[in-house]
Design a binder for this molecule. Structure first.
Ligand code: ZN
Ligand code: ZN
Length: 138
């Protein structure tokens, strides 16, 4: 587990329970937003209720961030501790695969509008290479 996550857990006065450590490790192991089903798959020893309860606690305390993709259940990622480093995502409308985009146009928009931007969200949807191929064959 990344040092900063571990430190945040401690700062919040958390007991580093096995459950929370397992969930955070699982989230970290995926390089994309993770659904509760993904977590069930990865943390076979945990039941759904336990996972939901701990996700809630972790989110309340800002250690993880949830996002709601249109028509999809919530997905979770480890919260970026460094504001300047954050990600956006692109989701396939066919197979629902999600990929991380690790650059952002935020700085460009800041300079071109002179706004003090406090929040932004971007979601991209489309068809992944696999699904576009299937489409063109049909
Ligand atoms: Zn796809
Ligand atoms: Zn951004």
């Amino acid at each position: 587990m990344k040092k900063n996550i571990q430190q945040s857990l401690e700062q919040l006065g958390y007991r580093k329970t096995l459950t929370r450590t397992m969930i955070l490790n699982a989230l970290e192991s995926y390089n994309r937003p993770v659904s509760v089903e993904d977590l069930v798959e990865k943390c076979k020893d945990l039941n759904l209720t336990t996972i939901y309860r701990n996700l809630h606690v972790l989110e309340e305390n800002g250690l993880i961030r949830s996002m709601q993709f249109t028509s999809k259940a919530k997905h979770y990622v480890i919260a970026e501790q460094d504001e300047t480093k954050h990600f956006h995502y692109i989701r396939c409308l066919e197979c629902e695969k999600v990929e991380q985009i690790d650059f952002c146009v935020l700085e460009k928009i800041k300079t071109s509008t002179n706004f003090t931007i406090v929040n932004h969200s971007m979601e991209f949807t489309g068809y992944c290479p696999d699904c576009s191929q299937v489409d063109s064959k049909n």
